[in-house]
Design a protein around this ligand. Sequence first.
Ligand code: SAH
Length: 516
Amino acid sequence: MIYLVGSGPGDPGLFTVKGVECMGRADAVVYDRLAPEALLSHAPAGAERIYVGKKPKEPTMPQEEINATLVRLGREGKTVVRLKGGDPYVFGRGGEEALALIEAGLPFEVVPGVTSGIAAPAYAGIPVTHRHVSTSVAFVTGHEDPAKGTEDVDWEGIARGAETLVLYMGVGRLREISRRLISAGRAPETPVACVRWGTRPEQETVTGTLGTIADRIEEAKLKPPAITVIGDVVSLREDGLDWYERRPLFGKRIVVTRARAQAGELSRELEALGAEVLEFPTIEIREPEDFGPLDAAIRDLDSFGWVVFTSANGVAAFVQRLEHHGLDTRAVPRGAKLAAIGPATADALRATGLRVDVVPEEYRAESLLEALLDGSPAGEKVLIPRAKVAREVLPEKLREAGMEVVVPPAYETVPSEEGTDELRERLISGGVDCVTFTASSTVESFVGAFGEEAGELLSKTRVACIGPITADTARGRGIRVDAEASEYTIPGLVDAVVGLFAEPRRETAVPAKKDG
Ligand code: SAH
């Protein structure tokens, strides 16, 4: 079975329930550029995902090949979702694909989608019809070049045929299209709006009139994909109907730094207020491949003079492993001293009921080293249960100082490197409005991902922290903090972020001329 499914215009919430059901059954999903990537998560993990592109002027896969792909997958007996932007039958060539399936004798069904020609205007504050303003609407392709002379679109008829005109494609042809509509009798003062990436967080709206819109678009450098709405209904936007763009964080790009598993709540709340959220999954935590070295250390725990923790994750992993062996924190010898690399790790240690003998003032391996070496007898055994891959400074220096150091992997952090390069570039170009930190560990892993340049990279954006400990950690790492939540919770952090953008940006004063 091949389902021709409309993905909706971009907001993943505008996908249909039936679409979700089809995705859940798919063996293969064939999708284009305008179908929101987020929807792919509705498909089973093992489903094949085939991108067929469709950027204007650079067809990633020609239509014949797309048809052939659908036919091939269908003949293999697969359940296929052909996921198409907006609605499959509105300027989507869905009809052509259905005909190709019929010709191949394959069964298909159509799941309509919310078309961008209605949704993008709605999110820009424009109802396509409105009593006493517009009683008819026409959906028109702007793709054809009116200068060619061989067009299918009857511009004269269209100009007179409907009060609201909704143009798909063709932002680049608006000068010629406007001219044609004006010469066919539409007033040059007719309001026009172009909505780019409608219903997505990056939605951008440019308004003008038939007489001015082409210039406005050039000035704003508005690129496809955009929907153009022509007609008096466009003015309703100014009456306050543009709810989407009025939300407090609209147009703000905010980075959420958390392990992917925990990202949910903060991202959802920020998005609900209009932000475009970039989840930066700094780390994923897993069991180490081999517990052998840690198990050996646990059996031999009494021989250690120091147990040193370099992260809260290390504390958790160590205690879990004790429990795995039927032990608890009482297994930690009385005579051993316990050290934590920083306040969050110390807190984690205390939370397990263990005392903390040493926490260095500065949150760095080097500072911990000084504290450890101070007054320790040579040859003392030091246990550092920590991440499989970590900075080597501490054990090396301790060994140099004559201590016997055991560093068993207690857990593995798999750095999600996927986002690092992209985020670095966005931070450098000033394309991020705010970076949030929900725990010291998120600061640490951010610094882990970007190293020395972390503070510098964050200098062009705003930084919001969930509370004073996280903020201190950030400052300790050379990161300037712009906002701290007054209530140390996710909603508190969200309030702090909103507060950052509610304040009008301070204008740089024009320097007064010096006398004389
Ligand atoms: N089948 C799609 C239209 C595909 S044609 C639908 O029903 O929406 C491609 C054109 O759709 C683009 O050039 C643009 O004009 C429009 N479009 C699709 N998604 C859009 C979006 N999120 N915002 C603005 N225009 C969009």
